[in-house]
Design a protein around this ligand. Structure first.
Ligand SMILES: NC(=O)c1ccc[n+]([C@@H]2O[C@H](COP(=O)([O-])OP(=O)(O)OC[C@H]3O[C@@H](n4cnc5c(N)ncnc54)[C@H](OP(=O)(O)O)[C@@H]3O)[C@@H](O)[C@H]2O)c1
Length: 333
């Protein structure tokens, strides 16, 4: 099987998950990693893939972009850097898997889209959760009519921010800091997924740090015809990463959306006529599945599961929630 040759742009913490995923993926090969901090790329490689061989490490991001062997780039830089570096990677002719959020403005995603078309490369936003088979199972249950027509979806994503990670609150929301640009993309994405449509208006509420970064945000999203999505995200609540879909005949709950490779996925459901069920699925590594999907798309000329239209719609909704929270007003989309 041919393998896509990957480079990683940035020695970010999330490489703990994605670097081994690239190494383990059946159709991928890690050939390089770069950081702006001297020694950080080599240290990251040693930490997360000590047995990997023939991987070049650069103390210069442009050196990786100029590495002709690199075909695809995984871009896990800070949120406000995604737009700029994705454009540089695309201009260098590389396919790019960009961590969520793809960018923090719609204009940047539009520029990424135009550049990807011009250079004929594949670009996708890195929502690894979409590649976990548990959501395909939820989709099957919804499609079976078990819970009827979907009217309400609720998602909750939170964890206690450790002091070492407080730098995520160092920048205000306009600069990509805070919970809404960090865990908010999952919340918005999963609501849009289960309604399979876009909200027409949003109302948001947030608690801010002194820097202007949001620490806790909740929002109500109107999908029309009485269909509502609600989410709450927080860096100061105990850990939750779940969604619940309620229709006119019952509800389905996915208990842990951010699965770690060994976690056992659980889906439970109940219906109006008193039936209940709980399913345990096999553990799956959605980080590796995401890398294998993207590699397959590039190698075999397929369209990625997550489109640029999807990335734009997610960004538009996040921006609307932030605008609503800041102004205290309902925002129409
Ligand atoms: N899919 C997921 O499960 C998941 C999980 C977490 C985060 N994310 C996303 O992944 C991206 C990266 O998040 P992260 O939390 O991993 O970021 P991070 O560790 O803060 O790293 C972001 C960038 O900051 C630089 N950096 C890292 N550590 C540093 C340090 N100690 N001092 C100075 N600069 C440092 C790195 O660039 P240089 O190496 O060039 O210096 C890196 O590319 C974000 O967009 C986030 O939303 C995704």
């Amino acid at each position: 099987m041919s393998k896509l040759r990957w480079g990683i742009l940035g020695a970010a913490r999330v490489n703990e998950r994605l670097l081994p995923a690239i190494v383990e993926a059946s159709n991928a090969e890690l050939v390089a990693i770069a950081s702006r901090r001297p020694g950080a790329a080599a240290e990251t490689l040693q930490k997360y893939a000590p047995k990997a061989s023939d991987v070049r490490t650069y103390d210069d991001l442009d050196a990786l972009l100029n590495d002709a062997e690199v075909q695809a780039i995984y871009l896990p830089m800070s949120n406000h850097e995604h737009g700029e570096w994705a454009l540089k990677a695309i201009a260098a002719g590389k396919h790019v898997l960009i961590e969520k959020p793809m960018a923090i403005t719609l204009a940047e995603i539009e520029a990424i889209e135009a550049a990807a078309q011009k250079h004929n490369v594949t670009v996708m936003e890195g929502f690894m959760y979409r590649f976990h088979p548990q959501h395909a199972r939820v989709q099957e249950l919804v499609n079976s009519g078990l819970i009827g027509e979907v009217f309400y979806v609720r998602t909750a994503y939170s964890f206690m921010m450790r002091p070492a990670r407080m730098y995520r609150l160092a920048q205000d929301t306009d600069a990509g800091g805070g919970a809404m640009w960090d865990i908010g993309p999952y919340a918005v994405h999963s609501l849009r997924l289960w309604f399979d449509s876009e909200p027409i208006s949003v109302i948001g509420m947030a608690k801010y740090a002194e820097t202007g970064a949001d620490i806790t945000t909740s929002a109500l999203l109107d999908f029309g015809n009485g269909k509502r999505g609600h989410f709450d995200i927080s860096f100061e609540c105990s850990r939750r990463s779940e969604y619940e879909i309620t229709g006119n005949k019952g509800s389905i709950k996915c208990h842990t959306v951010w699965q770690l490779p060994g976690d056992v996925p659980v889906i439970s459901w109940s219906t109006e006529d008193g039936r209940r069920g709980e399913e345990q699925l096999l553990p799956a590594n959605h980080f590796r599945l995401e890398i294998e999907h993207f590699s397959d798309c590039v190698l075999n000329g397929k369209a990625p599961l997550l489109s640029l239209a999807d990335a734009k719609a997610n960004c538009r909704t996040i921006a609307a929630v932030l605008k609503s929270a800041a102004s205290g007003q309902l925002v129409r989309l």
